[in-house]
Design a binder for this molecule. Sequence first.
Ligand code: F6P
Length: 521
Amino acid sequence: MSRLRCDQTPAWGALQACFNAHGQAFDLREAFAADPQRFANFSQQAPYVFADLSKNLIDATSQALLLDLAGQCGLAQHRDAMFAGESINSTERRAVMHFLLRNTAPTQEERAQAASKNIANEALQVHATLDAMLAYAEQVRADAAITDIVNIGIGGSDLGPQMAVLALGEFATMGKRFHFVSNVDGHELAGVLAQCRPHSTLFLVASKTFTTTETMTNAHSARRWFEAQGGQDIGRHFAALTTNVAAAKAFGISTSFGFWDWVGGRYSLWSAIGLPIAIAIGAAGFREFLAGAHAMDEHFRTAALERNLPVRLGLLDIWYRNFHGFGSRSIAPYSSALRRWPAYLQQLEMESNGKRVDMDGQALPFETSPVLWGEPGTNGQHAYFQMLHQGTSVVPVEFVAVKKAGHDLPGHHSKLLANALAQAQALMLGKVDAGGHRHFPGNRPSTFLLLEQLTPASLGALIALQEHRVFVSGAIWGINSFDQWGVELGKVLAKDIEPRLANGDASGLDASTAGLLARLR
Ligand code: F6P
């Protein structure tokens, strides 16, 4: 697709001029003093998620220019191409249609639209597979003999389900334990197996490709353990979640739930990869999870760009990365249930947008994905928030807080929420009447996302919001957010090195690798 690269648009030049003129001097405290409507103007309610963007280094001018940039980069057209099922993952010649997985009850109109876009067939397959998978999830939930669910998968086949099962622990009504084994480090699997018995364990081998070394190594070891411990019925104790049902069969797994190449690994928790979530929260809960995400899809697809939350967040990401030069974003979920949220977002954003070339493979002269990192609050406050407040680099912080607690322990939730508000306030206001070590410069930006309650639906919406926001910045940068060639080289080199650890052959290796190899032998 030939279109103007973002840094060649008039809006980019105007944004640069705006930043040069006012960007560095922009002061949040002055902005609030000058505009009593600032909170209202820079916050919005999207499906299930309220977002306060007012403590960011933006004003009406920069926001308007960012919207111009979106227009000049064809953001809406690119979004519509995704929703129309076009092959926007150009390097892999694939459509990107994880949104189809979340439309559990399409209206007549949506069915007609899908048919006109030639994706009706996919939509039908989605429903048949979802029904089968949810029936299986209910069967497992009802099976009191199964006490332990072990998900074996890595990357998108681990991070999403793990994050969501933890996040929705309160809705997991069945007395089952969930374990997630991802690392090829055998300590992880060994630690889980030590807690399990073969007759009461269900292994879910989750792998889009069913070829990933870590997952296959763990799956083979799990099967060996199962058989060595006297386990009998692999059909009952192993299930596969994969697009490669034939490979799962060859492995000896007869119960498989499939999905499709148009579901990217890091977007796959809505598919069969979400089975652990469905077992945890039940079929109805999983449908609510999908429905929450679908509500966000509809918002992204239809809301005007200036009131479109994924668009506003994605454009803010561009403003910070390319004009302010901020290299990272700290993720601060004030919810221990969301403790894997930062890890989940790391894959979503950095595997999607950590690219240095455009769609045509041409090197880009500007920065792309920031580094994402973080821990739940309040823990982060007692670790690295020092640097956020008084360090030499400015790091935008993204808070997530939940209004209603899911427990009734007195005093905790108000302290948690007060801390979230206080940190965002302290970052912005600083403490400028003190000098030296006690001086806080303030004017440090943050975004505050607020959920009424952490439920399957609100979590679904929160995740879809992030997916679309990553789509927005990727589309502006003109990169393919849906491939991940950068993970391949290490995989190839590891295959070469593994036999050398046994045979000591260091021929052709660089001196450092050869030296380390010798030490490891
Ligand atoms: O190596 C990266 C990656 O391909 C991720 O994109 C993916 O989520 C992960 O590996 C696992 O892949 P699979 O589900 O095919 O095992």
